[in-house]
Design a binder for this molecule. Structure first.
Ligand code: 0O2
Length: 210
């Protein structure tokens, strides 16, 4: 247990730091009173049992985890609209507190399961008392609808251990397409939605001032 604690310490630190930084991006949009492409941000360090499972499934030797398992530290950035995802990725590319090592576009190329998301793998420097340590962090950027689908599918996956009965697999694929159509419909009325949101946030500000 002590060994894992030591191994995971920089990953914990990276997740905590990046949560603050990425949430800070949202705050900055709020302060400008402009639409934030980021709705909310979450982060987690992969539980030890999941690290071991994945290492086993993908035949990753435990002494190669640092370089071969890219999502031990993971952040998720949720967006309202599909177009916001591009904007968030562009903002990430402009940052100089980490280096992007890989991007995976599962939106243009959805996975066979129906999964959609944009993954950006970065190399993030953590400052420790022994000096700087660079670790890999996976940032998943997705819409609220993509997140809804992925969360449900993930819990079912856990239940069936990846072996979905055929009817559930088909339904999940249909649900993924429905979530995608929902995103498309929302994009078509994006202007209307943003006008309404701007109106309500002005009303809230006035209420707080008064
Ligand atoms: P957890 O519990 O989220 O940590 P692979 O997993 O082999 O497809 P790879 O190379 O590990 O691919 O990286 P990739 O494709 O970027 O996917 C890693 C993570 O993306 C997964 O982590 C999930 O979080 C998410 N993901 C990928 N495919 C799916 C999917 O079909 N359904 C859902 N719900 N999520 C997916 P873990 O390790 O699977 O799990």
């Amino acid at each position: 247990m002590k060994h894992w604690e030591k191994f995971l310490a920089p990953y914990n630190q990276a997740v905590e730091e990046l949560k603050v930084k990425l949430k800070g991006m949202r705050r900055q949009f709020e302060m400008k009173s402009s639409h934030s492409p980021i709705e909310f941000v979450t982060g987690r360090v992969k539980p030890i049992a999941s690290i071991l499972d994945k290492a086993n499934q993908k035949s990753i030797p435990l002494d190669k985890l640092e370089t071969e398992m890219q999502d031990i530290a993971g952040l998720r950035m949720m967006c309202q609209f599909v177009d916001d995802i591009k904007r968030v990725v562009e903002l990430l590319r402009l940052r100089n507190d980490f280096e992007i090592v890989e991007e995976r576009d599962y939106i243009s190329h959805k996975k066979a399961s129906g999964y959609r998301s944009y993954h950006v793998v970065v190399r993030y420097p953590v400052q420790t008392i022994q000096g700087e340590k660079k670790i890999l962090v996976e940032i998943q950027i997705r819409t609220l609808a993509m997140n809804f689908w992925a969360t449900i599918e993930h819990s079912l996956n856990y239940k069936y251990r990846g072996q979905f009965p055929e009817d559930i697999r088909v339904r999940l694929q249909r649900a993924a397409e429905a979530a995608f159509r929902l995103d498309e419909e929302m994009s078509l009325i994006r202007g209307e939605i943003q006008d309404a949101q701007a109106f309500f946030s002005r009303k809230k500000e006035l209420h707080q001032e008064g």
